[in-house]
Design a protein. Structure first.
Length: 416
């Protein structure tokens, strides 16, 4: 068994990477790749999973003679400070010679580095679900767009729980825009938004939100808080449910587009029963996932549960490496061309990048939190959904039809 990646987190150099030690001696070429992951700060759990997935993929690529080159990672930790993203991105491109930058987590950070990436015609690989309404030739969006997260989530929860909804979010673009889409979906099916509250990033001042939810009694709550704010909110909601069973998770759940396994230990029992959507849950039972899980645990050690962020961190590096291998160079136009020429094999199945918008076709899943480690998959799309970041193909009549009956056409219940 290889050393656990957790060993490398404890070093004085936090981004020591096993693959730089085990790199191929036969490789005649080496390409530097920049990584921007805030493994310290409010959303460090997400960043650590992305980082660990990247380390696993780098280890495999740099140990595989099918790749006649070496990927040399340049990791930077902005610690969630938006200004540092710009400085690090500029340095990685201009001083370290990186043509490809993988990372950023929040949309705020992505927006910070986008002008720099475009100025130097580099390529940013963005691995997280986001609010959509963006398309840049210099960004590959490997995470879910709105028609792949909030739309299938609402198609699942509205018929089960109702149309009276409360919206919460962190006070930045992800919270604002995802709640805006949620509001429009609710209005499209003649529902009602009972309240909409925001918190500064990292704030845990949630008592006033809980009090308002208690007074309004929504059918469900859309949670677009991130990091410590989200954890405090879910825990406070659990205390509310203990005082008033009307707010139990099976009656008035919290639903999220970005809550994953890496954050469940922060929630403990408070998360049980609430819902989230993702394009990967570790509880998938197919053979492909069992094989990938075995490889991940061999790399990471123990019985660790990987989240969609581990899977995305891994997949994004593999997609870049495959495109470099096919094109014979890390030049951005060639990588972009070969990236889109054929599907890439990832932990969540073969995926294709849409050449018209640089987004990824993905298969949404709905998970219910089972315990402090796992989700039970309760619904899944029958096939990969083409990305629609601007929701130009959204049809309100079709949506009303889906949420108005129990037998939805696009989602099916996955039974044990």
């Amino acid at each position: 068994m290889r050393p656990s990646v957790s060993l490398y987190r404890k070093e004085s150099r936090p981004f020591l990477f096993l693959g730089t030690v085990l790199g191929k001696t036969h490789a005649s070429r080496s390409y530097r790749v920049g990584f921007l992951y805030s493994v310290t700060g409010s959303y460090r759990a997400i960043a650590q999973d992305l980082y660990d997935g990247a380390c696993m993929a780098l280890d495999e690529v740099n140990g595989d003679e099918a790749f006649d080159f070496h990927l040399s990672p340049e990791f930077r930790d902005p610690a969630g400070v938006s200004e540092r993203y710009t400085d690090f991105c500029d340095s990685l491109i201009r001083k370290d010679g990186c043509k490809h930058i993988i990372g950023t987590i929040t949309s705020l950070a992505r927006k910070e580095v986008l002008p720099t990436v475009e100025k130097f015609d580099a390529l940013l690989w963005y691995p997280c679900p986001y609010e959509g309404f963006e398309c840049s030739e210099n960004v590959i969006y490997t995470g879910a767009s709105p028609n792949q997260h909030i739309l299938p989530l609402f198609e699942y929860v509205i018929p089960k729980f109702g149309r009276r909804v409360y919206l919460t979010g962190s006070n930045y673009i992800w919270g604002w825009e995802t709640n805006r889409i949620g509001r429009e979906l609710i209005h499209a099916c003649d529902g009602e938004v009972l309240g909409e509250k925001y918190l500064p990033i990292d704030s845990t001042d949630i008592d006033h939100i809980i009090a308002d939810i208690r007074a309004q009694k929504p059918d469900f709550i859309l949670n677009n808080l991130i990091g410590n704010s989200s954890y405090a909110f879910v825990k406070a909601y659990r205390r509310l449910a203990e005082e008033d069973p009307e707010f139990a998770a099976d009656k008035r759940p919290i639903v999220s587009c970005n809550l994953t396994e890496c954050e469940l230990p922060q929630l403990g029992a408070a998360g049980v029963g609430h819902l989230s959507t993702a394009v990967y849950f570790a509880s998938r039972t197919d053979e492909q996932n069992r094989e990938w899980l075995a490889r991940f645990r061999s790399f990471a050690g123990g019985d660790r549960i990987p989240s969609v962020f581990v899977a995305q961190g891994y997949a994004t590096v593999r997609m870049l490496a495959e495109a470099i291998r096919r094109g014979g160079t890390d030049d951005v136009p060639t990588v972009r061309q070969h990236l889109m020429s054929e599907p890439a094999d990832t932990p969540f199945g073969p995926v294709r990048i849409d050449a018209s918008n640089n987004h990824t076709a993905l298969t949404p899943l709905i998970g219910r939190i089972a315990d402090a480690r796992n989700f039970d998959i309760v619904s899944r799309a029958d096939e990969a959904i083409a990305p629609d970041p601007y929701l130009v193909h959204f049809d309100a009549d079709v949506f009303r039809g889906k949420v108005g009956r129990a037998d939805r056409a696009t989602l099916r219940v996955v039974r044990p």
